[in-house]
Design a protein around this ligand. Structure first.
Ligand SMILES: NC(=O)C1=CN([C@@H]2O[C@H](COP(=O)(O)OP(=O)(O)OC[C@H]3O[C@@H](n4cnc5c(N)ncnc54)[C@H](OP(=O)(O)O)[C@@H]3O)[C@@H](O)[C@H]2O)C=CC1
Ligand SMILES: CC(=O)[C@@H](O)[C@H](O)COP(=O)(O)O
Ligand SMILES: [Mn+2]
Length: 396
């Protein structure tokens, strides 16, 4: 039985991971759980999965959490705040840590888990995008495995099983096209938060759903693929595949192309990240090519969706630039979700932050440089967005 700790248990990745654990109790055991603010759901999960240790990210919720689980015997260790989450990540005999926290908030707990010798089932892509220059050497130093749980990277990882080093020529990431894939570019200026949150194929947290709508999710996944598989940016391509049935492809040196197919269901990549190299028999809806229907593909539209090119440029610049891209995106998406900026402001704000960071890009950043770049970029976007808001008001 594999002992696992789950960071971000109350989110989309978190609840789907627990769904797997509940279905396969003979395969998996929960050691630790962490959430951000959702005490009610975390308390239910503690009751059901009986972890040894838990943490709530928001320290103001600690008392409420303690009250909600006061009757549970034995009591888990209960912690709070960023340090509490880090403590859970490194705790006990968990062999693997599933990173389901959203955003760069996942970076320090992921590093702590690696330093404690735990394998990482990586859903939290922002960790690798911002922290790649620090995370990758740590993975090597501590001899742990990083098992991709993001659906595209899981697909690539699955296709790569048995492929000899040097045989890989190109990675092809598929993208659904997001909420606005069939909307003409002229209409993008008017879209609302509610429109953007309607993903055509996947049910996910708000931040990644907006990233899918701007295609920044695919840009972030290009950088994620670079760090996970060591590919040059010139050899990572994006293709729009509206059905999200082919989860990504690899091209080999002889031009043979391998793909991984399945229904759009995150439990599959999560299960593989937890069971690798084994395959667990499931009773999930079997895949059916005929029911899947027509599979179509088209070129991504970089004019409509500038975020992909911004991500390629930041990835190629390397150093602290991907951390700036990521943090600027997180801040811009948060402002969009709060209805403080418009959809088309998201790429503009990110581009400004990246341009401004260019002369200060730190080539070989340490953790402190990455955290400083992250903080700087968020502040930069906030300031720029206020100017944007002031301009909008003055025009009105
Ligand atoms: N959802 C999906 O299908 C996929 C997600 N991913 C990636 O997985 C990650 C999680 O995404 P998703 O599950 O959709 O996101 P959700 O928003 O659904 O969940 C986020 C989780 O992180 C917790 N959290 C948020 N902020 C903090 C914080 N500061 N400290 C501690 N915990 C925090 C939330 O807690 P609470 O709710 O209690 O506040 C929640 O448990 C993202 O990096 C995303 O890109 C990748 C591929 C697919
Ligand atoms: C499920 C998953 O891995 C998401 O990252 C998904 O890929 C988002 O869909 P898009 O293809 O629209 O970005
Ligand atoms: Mn993905």
């Amino acid at each position: 039985m594999k002992a696992i700790t789950l960071l971000g248990s109350t989110g989309s990745i978190g609840t789907q991971t627990l769904d797997i654990v509940a279905q396969y109790p003979e395969q998996f055991r929960i050691v630790g759980l962490t959430a951000g603010r959702n005490v009610t759901l975390l308390a239910q999960q503690i009751r059901q999965f009986r972890p040894e240790i838990v943490a709530i990210g928001d320290e103001n919720k600690l008392v409420e959490l303690k009250e909600a689980i006061a009757d549970i015997d034995p009591q888990p260790i209960i912690l709070a705040g960023e340090t509490g989450v880090v403590e859970v990540a490194r705790y006990g005999d968990a062999e693997a840590v599933v990173t389901g926290i959203v955003g760069c908030a996942g970076l320090l707990p992921t590093i702590a888990a690696i330093q404690a010798g735990k394998d990482i089932a990586l859903a939290n892509k922002e960790t690798l995008i911002a922290g790649g220059p620090v995370v990758n050497p740590l993975i090597e130093k501590h001899g742990v495995k990083i098992l991709p749980a993001d659906s595209e990277h899981s697909a690539i990882f699955q296709c790569l099983q048995g492929v000899l080093p040097g045989s890989l020529r190109r990675i092809i990431l598929t993208a659904s096209g997001g909420s606005f894939r069939d909307l003409p570019i002229e209409k993008l200026a008017e879209v609302t938060v509610a429109d953007a949150l309607k993903h055509p194929n996947w049910s996910m947290g708000q931040k990644i759903t907006i990233d899918s709508a701007t295609l920044m999710n695919k840009g972030l996944e290009v950088i994620e693929a670079h760090y996970l598989f060591g590919m040059d940016y010139d050899d990572i391509d994006i293709v729009i595949h509206p059905q999200s049935i082919i989860h990504s492809l690899i091209e080999l040196q002889d031009t043979s192309v391998l793909a991984q197919l399945g229904w759009p269901d995150m439990r599959l990549p999560l299960l593989y990240a937890l069971s690798w190299p084994e395959r667990i028999h499931t009773d999930w809806k079997p895949f059916d090519l005929v029911k899947a229907g027509d599979l179509t593909f088209r070129e991504p539209d970089h004019k409509k969706y500038p975020c992909m090119q911004l991500a390629y440029a930041a990835g190629r610049a390397g150093g602290s630039m991907p951390a700036v891209l990521n943090a600027a995106n997180e801040q811009a998406v948060a402002l969009f979700l709060e209805e403080k900026i418009q959809f088309l402001d998201i790429p503009k704000l990110i581009e400004k932050a990246c341009d401004k960071h260019q002369p200060d890009n730190c080539e070989s950043p340490g953790l402190d440089d990455i955290l400083a770049a992250d903080k700087w970029a968020r502040q930069e976007v906030l300031v720029e967005s206020m100017e944007l808001g002031a301009r909008i008001l003055s025009v009105r």
